[in-house]
Each structure stands twice: as C-alpha cells, then as structure tokens.
Design a binder for this molecule. Structure first.
Ligand code: AHR
Length: 477
C-alpha cells in the first residue's frame, strides 16, 4: 500500500493562477494556423482553451519578440506590412494579421491575463514605452487616439511586460552586466509611462542570474519577476522510448523544482532585504529530439525541416504533473509559469490538422489540476514512486496523485486529516501504454475517466492507481 499524507495544518502558500499560464509564439503553426486562421481565431481551439482554462497567456515570443515591432500589427489588416519574422533560426513571412488588438481580444475571450514580451534585441526603450502607452494610457495622446481609431476606446490595462527574451542568446547575445544596464534604461522608461506595470527581467542560469541581480541590486525596484526557462530534453525519442528514458524524462521534470529553489536562493542572497522579485518560469516543458537540432540526440534524427511539432504522449502528461507538484511546493517564490507552447508547437495542449483539432494528454493533466488554481498548497508526504500534491480552498480540498511506476499498479491510501470532507469526485488519466497519444483520427485515446475512491469515514481515502497514471480527488463537505 502506498501512503500519501496531506499535512492539512502545513499551508505552503497560494498557488497563483498565473502558475498555470501558457505561451503562444509566432513560431511554426502555433499562432498562425493553430490559433489564428488569417482573419479570425479558430473557435474550436478557443473553446478547448477556455475549458482548460488559460488564466495567463504570453505573446508574441520567445525569440520572436526581439524582432517584433508592434506598430506592424495595428491598424487595418490590409495596410499592415509583410515582414520577415524570426524565431529559433526559423524565418517566416509574417503578414502581421495577428497583432496587438487581436491578441488582447483573444485574452479577453479566454478570460486570460495578457503577458506581452517586449523587444530589447532590435528595439529601443522608446518603442517599448510607446507600446505600453498605446495599450495602457487613459490620457488623450496621439498614441491613445490611434488606439481609439483602431477600435479600442478604453485602455487595455496590460500589467505584465517582459523586457526582452533570452537576451543571453537569441535576444541579443548580451552578457549579464550589459543586459542589466539595458534593462535599467528600458524599465525606467516603462515605469515613467505606467508605474503599475509589472516588469519581467530576463534571467538564465545560476551564474547569469547572480551577476545580473548583483548588477541590478541597487535598482532592484525596477524588476518584479525574474524569467527563467526549462526544457526537458533528455528523455530520448518522443514515442519509442525505453524504460530508462521514460524515467529520465520524469526525473528531469522533477529537477525543475531544484532550479526554481536555486534561483530563489540567488534572489534572496543578492537583493536587498525586503525586496521581493518573483520567479517567472515563462517557458517550460518537454522538447523532444525529433523537434530540435541540438543535443542530446540519443541517436534520434530530427524531423526535417524542424517545425517544432512533436507527439505529446501520456509520459509527457505525467512529466507535466510532476513539474506541477514542484510548482505548488514553490508557491511562495514562483509567481508565474508558462507551458511552451499552446497549440501545435512543442509541449502543446492542443493540436490541429486542417479542420481537425484534438487535446493532448497534457491538456488533461492541466484540466485535472484546475481545482488547485488559486488554492492554498499544502505540504504532502509521499514515496518516490507514488507522489502527490494537495491544496485547499474554503470549499474543500484537492489531491492529485501520480503513480510514476511504469510497471507496478498501486493501491494508494490518501490521509487527508479532513474528516468533514465526505464527498469525493475522483478522475483518472492513464492509458494501456505510457507512449499513448491522441491524434486527429483518435482524439479521445487518452482522456480522464471516473475513478472509485473509498472512504474509511475518517478522512482516509483508498484508490487503485494503475501504472503510469495520474488522478485528482476533489473533496467537499
Ligand atoms: O519555445 C521555443 C523557443 O525556445 C523560444 O522562442 C525561446 O525563448 C526558447 O529558446
């Protein structure tokens, strides 16, 4: 019997809905084709995302952001310039039909908060400050008149602004000191325009983060969040993986938490006492070797030309669940996270093929985590192979349990220490094989089913968790 003990008396902190954020870049078929058909958003995709839900959406990049000039994407579509869009070595012809107004309307439709990534690599502080003014100012200026002429009278009120993306690499190949100086200029000007904007400074690895924050230290009030990215790349092929590769990917997902912890430590050691900068893990997920050209390759050839599209399997969905366990444990320091990416690209939650659309297994992992959004994370005791996360609200408690074992079914006992919560709905995500996925032909191969959970009447619940599975129990009075 595997035992899960929920420490109902040990609250960790509130799980911000921003931790369940998403990321849509003008890359491959994510924005164009996946979300946007050239003149409108795909309503089947929007409906699926609304049901997920999507509380936060980052756009337009990624690496694309540091080439993007926002003025290209406003005004009558027929007048918008056709530009060379660039991200990750991919050059695309961008007709700019999906611009600021379209993106912000999408956010409104989805009920998502917008997170805009600004251009530092090829842009100027003035250009980014103008974009902020265009979106958020309620003064009568040339820019706000232009916004009104383009159909939006009231300010959009976009709070989250990224000052560049991966500026240690595609965003300009800066060193941390050089970027810190640039960041100070940009952030100062942005705060003049809208002091309530929350600014995200671009982080990287431990060494970059330490030197960046040390350099910024006296001006740390200019940053609200530090962006870090984590892609899991060591799990071998996307579907034909071995047992060892299955566990390697799950381990990599679990290690994401250690990266967050180290980053939090660097922030607290480097910044003046009392200055809080949150961690924005604004790109995370699995990146299989078929969908990239860089190592490790594990003998797997990339699918050329690389489109950043990959099969999303149950293994990826479990890896996402494992990462979320860590995100909840780090609720005090992790202020946002954005799965990369929303549709068709990398660790997508939705895929499309012409008129067909389907949800990936990872979509269902996130769907089963819905009760945790905005709830208070609780400490949990678990074993190595059957792990869990728990949270509570005024209305009850949710516990998500993962059986990581590839071959052993588990009998699990969940001790909630909440005997007053006597009603349960339990749902299970699994499939006969860990490499199962959904497709246009079989869109429902992997999706949640109801699961029996039996109570002892005193807050202890018993359930059978098949090998490689994830389940959420929602408990109420
Ligand atoms: O998500 C794909 C790319 O990965 C992004 O454009 C970039 O920020 C990262 O390197």
């Amino acid at each position: 019997m595997d035992r899960i003990v929920v420490r109902a008396d040990e609250p960790i902190g509130r799980i911000s809905p921003r931790v369940y954020g998403h990321f849509a870049e003008h890359l491959g078929r994510c924005c164009y084709d996946g979300l946007w058909d050239g003149t409108a958003f795909r309503q089947d995709v929007v409906a699926a995302l609304r049901r997920l839900p999507v509380p936060l959406l980052r756009w337009p990049g990624g690496c694309y952001a540091d080439h993007y000039h926002w003025r290209d994407g406003i005004g009558p579509p027929e007048d918008r310039p056709r530009r060379l869009g660039m991200s990750c070595g991919l050059q695309v012809e961008d007709d700019n039909s999906l611009g600021t107004h379209e993106f912000l309307e999408l956010c409104r439709d989805l009920g998502a908060e917008a997170y805009v990534a600004g251009n530092v690599g090829s842009g100027t502080p003035q250009e980014l400050a103008d974009w902020l003014e265009y979106c958020n100012s309620d003064l009568d200026t040339q820019l706000t008149r232009e916004r009104k002429a383009n159909g939006r009278a009231r300010p959009f009120g976009v709070r989250l602004w990224g000052v560049g993306n991966e500026n240690w690499g595609c965003g300009g190949n800066f060193d941390p000191v050089g970027y810190a100086r640039e960041y100070s200029r940009f952030a100062t000007m942005l705060h003049h325009v809208d002091p309530s904007a929350e600014l995200v400074v671009c982080g990287h690895d431990d060494a970059w983060n330490a030197l960046l924050l040390e350099t910024l230290s006296k001006r740390a009030h200019l940053a609200d969040h530090l962006s870090i990215h984590r892609y899991w790349s060591g799990g071998g092929p996307e579907t034909a993986f071995s047992d060892d590769q299955y566990y390697a990917l799950l381990d990599e997902a679990a290690q994401t938490e250690a990266f967050i912890e180290r980053t939090a430590q660097i922030i607290s050691e480097t910044l003046p006492v009392g200055r809080r900068v949150g961690i924005a893990l604004d790109e995370w997920g699995v990146w299989h070797p078929e969908a990239r050209t860089w190592p490790p390759r594990a003998g797997v050839k990339p699918r050329l030309p690389v489109t950043y599209e990959q099969a999303g399997t149950l293994r990826d969905a479990l890896a996402a669940g494992i990462a979320l366990e860590g995100f909840h444990r780090q609720a005090r320091v992790l202020t946002m996270a954005n799965l990369a990416q929303t549709v068709n690209v990398l660790h997508a939650v939705v895929m499309t093929d012409g008129a067909r659309m389907w949800c990936t297994p990872t979509y269902w992992t996130l769907h089963l985590h819905k009760p945790h959004m905005g709830a208070t994370a609780l400490a949990v005791e678990a074993s190595d192979s059957v792990t869990a996360t728990a949270s509570r609200t005024d209305g009850g408690m949710a516990v998500t349990v993962i059986n990581r074992d590839l071959h052993r079914d588990a009998e699990v006992c969940v001790e909630t220490h909440a005997p007053s919560l006597t009603s349960v709905r339990a749902r299970l995500l699994t499939a006969p094989e860990a490499n199962a996925s959904n497709s246009g032909d079989e869109p429902e191969c992997v999706r949640p089913t109801e699961l029996a959970a039996v109570s002892d009447g005193g807050g202890v619940w018993r359930l059978d968790l098949p090998r490689h599975s994830l389940a959420t129990l929602v408990l109420s009075p």
